[in-house]
Design a binder for this molecule. Structure first.
Ligand code: G4P
Ligand code: MG
Length: 254
């Protein structure tokens, strides 16, 4: 759907629109990155991460005929919302951690490979980690999430024994957002985004970690306001307005 002529400057994707577009992006993500786990940024990233998981199942190591869901870890970051205990100066300027991964979730528990699959606590080390949020607006939140997770992973790798480090596969990061809002003045936050056509495995590994991130979105939008269905109290009205906007566009295109 073209976003040039929105009746009231609100873009209203429906649950179904979002589900379908996530499914389409999932194919590319699976081919190029094949995540082992996701880190969802709450609250906006939770619903997209859960839907995406449906399309990213992997064969079980215990029974290759079975497909299993990949784990979703959760972090809580808030940019615009007031959080108790923060000064006014922090609000809107800084990212506030409301929830983070503990050291064991980053490094994994010893003997985790023996735990039941899907319930294991294998950590982020040596994995393809997909960071998920609903919208990349100023990019501040994503810059923070990526750089802090990277720091935690590097710290955990430094704490391994030489043998453990030598046996560890590379840790890679990618980002998925449902919508990326393009900004005329550029984004406030920055990310070391890898070239979209970089072949699988062609990234540079430094000290066990891939340099840069693959970046995926279902849609680049302009600087419009996106009304997400999960934010609406009246979902019927949301769907009605979404259908109206689509109809209007079809008529204008005639
Ligand atoms: P960024 O500016 O650093 O990129 O951060 P982010 O994309 O996370 O945007 C900051 C907050 O503003 C987020 O809420 C995000 O959901 C919200 N936001 C930005 N643009 C839009 C938009 O077009 N529509 C809607 N509905 N929300 C938008 P948050 O603090 O992360 O809260 P939560 O909903 O994730 O709990
Ligand atoms: Mg959010």
């Amino acid at each position: 759907m073209s976003l040039d002529q929105l009746p009231d400057d609100h873009y209203r994707p429906t649950y179904e629109d979002i589900h379908i577009s996530i499914g389409q992006s999932a194919r590319k993500i699976k081919d190029e990155f094949d995540p082992d786990l996701m880190v969802a940024i709450g609250g906006g990233g939770f619903y997209p991460a859960r839907v995406l998981r449906t399309f990213l199942k992997k064969p079980s190591a215990l029974d290759p005929n079975k497909l299993r869901n990949i784990p979703i870890q959760a972090i809580g970051l808030s940019l615009y919302e007031e959080v108790s205990g923060t000064s006014e100066g922090q609000i809107g300027n800084e990212v506030v951690r409301t929830q983070w991964l503990d050291a064991k979730t980053v490094s994994g528990h010893k003997g985790a490979a023996k735990l039941e699959e899907g319930k294991d606590a294998g950590g982020l080390l040596g994995k393809n980690v997909l960071i998920v949020d609903e919208v990349d607006d100023s990019r501040t939140t994503l810059q923070y999430a990526y750089s802090e997770l990277l720091k935690d992973v590097k710290h955990a790798i430094a704490n391994l024994s030489d043998d453990e480090r030598a046996a560890l596969p590379p840790t890679r990061f990618a980002i998925f957002v449902v919508h990326n809002k393009e900004k005329t003045g550029g984004k406030r936050g920055t990310l070391p985004i890898l070239a979209a056509d970089l072949p699988k495995g062609a990234d540079k590994i430094v000290d066990g970690v891939s340099e840069g991130v693959r970046y995926y979105t279902t849609q680049d939008t302009g600087d419009v306001w996106i009304s997400y269905p999960w934010e609406e109290e009246d979902i019927v009205e949301h769907n009605r307005l979404a259908a109206l906007a689509k109809k209007l566009q079809v008529n204008q295109a005639k």
